[in-house]
Design a protein. Structure first.
Length: 268
């Protein structure tokens, strides 16, 4: 079943709003109203916004409004470009891009967590304890993967290279590293969640629709961003393409709804 986080933190709400509308400057009153709609207190939203400023993830302008500091968010490029994500894919030549990370330190848990998250966002799967890999079907090949992993926070001790001429047995084993059946089912469940949210909108208030759109939309975008972008030879691409198109329409409507609510100061 498709999972939606029904209790988002103030930090999550602020990041979702600012990431979805990077050109919009959000005043404190807009953020506190957004928090109220999401079941969070005004104090919670103010404290979280101030802390995020201190951490350098958002900034406060001279007009007292908040904007995103995209360069401080490692995954911003992936999240902000979900609409065009499949355009990164190129025809697969049967080779693989690999990351050898046996020298990555395990003692720094925060750094290790960031490293593993970077590999996950890049669609890498563990082949051996020391090597993770993915199909070589993304633009710019190994150089592009190096750049992506560095931006996402992968450990500098890892090495990126291309693998080819594997044995038939190895290739068969590698193909099974991704659970493509579960992946397709998850994409289809995300699609149904969007359809259900849109279908029930007439029975909810404007604020309830805004809340639902943020909760469901955030979960679906996360699903899109974390899709490994496997080539057609390994997994069907159609479910991802259809979900992205569906999510575009859903978010366009949701953004209009949210901005009208926040700019008008409405609560119902």
């Amino acid at each position: 079943m498709f999972q939606v986080d029904r209790r988002p933190t103030a930090t999550r709400v602020i990041l979702d709003l600012l990431t979805a509308s990077p050109k919009v400057e959000f005043g404190v009153d807009m953020l506190t109203l957004a928090g109220e709609i999401m079941g969070l207190t005004a104090a919670n939203m103010r404290v979280s916004a101030a802390r995020m400023c201190t951490e350098g993830r958002i900034t406060r302008t001279t007009r007292g409004t908040y904007t995103l500091l995209a360069e401080a968010l490692p995954a911003y490029t992936e999240v902000s470009s979900w609409r065009t994500r499949i355009e990164r894919m190129v025809p697969w030549d049967g080779t693989w891009t690999a990351v050898e990370h046996s020298r990555v330190k395990r003692s720094d848990r925060a750094a290790l967590r960031a490293h593993n998250n970077a590999l996950s966002l890049a669609g890498m799967a563990d082949w051996t304890p020391a090597v993770a890999l993915r199909p070589n079907n993304l633009d710019h090949g190994t150089n592009g993967l190096r750049t992506t992993l560095s931006r996402l926070g992968a450990a500098p001790e890892c090495h990126v290279y291309r693998i080819d001429e594997l044995s038939t047995e190895d290739v068969d084993a590698i193909r099974r590293l991704w659970d493509t059946i579960s992946r397709t089912r998850h994409l289809q469940e995300a699609s149904r969640a969007l359809a259900d949210a849109a279908r029930a909108s007439d029975d909810r208030t404007v604020a309830e629709n805004a809340r639902t759109s943020l909760l469901v939309g955030s979960a679906v975008i996360s699903t899109i961003v974390r899709d490994p972008l496997l080539p057609q030879e390994l997994a069907p691409l159609t479910p991802l393409v259809e979900l992205i198109e569906q999510m575009k329409e859903f978010q366009d409507h949701a953004l209009t709804l949210w901005l009208e609510l926040l700019e008008d100061g409405q609560r119902t």
